[in-house]
Ligand binder design. Structure first.
Ligand SMILES: O=C(O)C(=O)C[C@]1(C(=O)O)C=C[C@H](O)C=C1
Length: 114
């Protein structure tokens, strides 16, 4: 007879493995977020915050890494797209705070409307 737990017991065991992985993933995401926060201090406008070329580069790289590790690339890309969207929002808030404090250049004036 097999020693492997079946059904509900196996689900409990695998969920515990997922919880342990989530702990490591969030620890690493927190480190990544700290690096992005530091990087933001060197950006002085919205175009630099959004940097679409860099976003494309990160997403392409993540897709490639996922494929290499047997993960569906679209799952990794969708996850990173959400992460980068939220980090972009965070960076725009940081830039706005620095502008309000007078430590970042003011936003360019909106184009005149006729
Ligand atoms: O590389 C940057 O400039 C970042 O701000 C980091 C990051 C990312 O999370 O990878 C976030 C926002 C985009 O501007 C591009 C990339």
């Amino acid at each position: 007879m097999s020693d492997a737990p079946a059904g509900a017991a196996r689900i409990t065991e695998l969920r515990a493995a997922v919880d342990r992985l989530d702990q490591r993933i969030v620890e690493l995401l927190a480190v990544r977020t700290r690096v992005v926060r530091e990087l933001t201090a060197h950006k002085s406008d919205e175009a630099a915050v959004r940097s679409p070329d860099r976003v494309r580069q990160v997403l392409d790289r993540v897709a490639e890494l996922a494929g290499r590790h047997g993960m569906p690339p679209e799952v990794a890309v969708a996850t990173y797209r959400t992460l980068i969207e939220e980090l972009t929002r965070m960076q725009l808030d940081m830039l706005a705070d620095r502008r309000a404090a007078g430590t970042a250049p003011a936003a360019p004036a909106a184009p005149e409307r006729r």
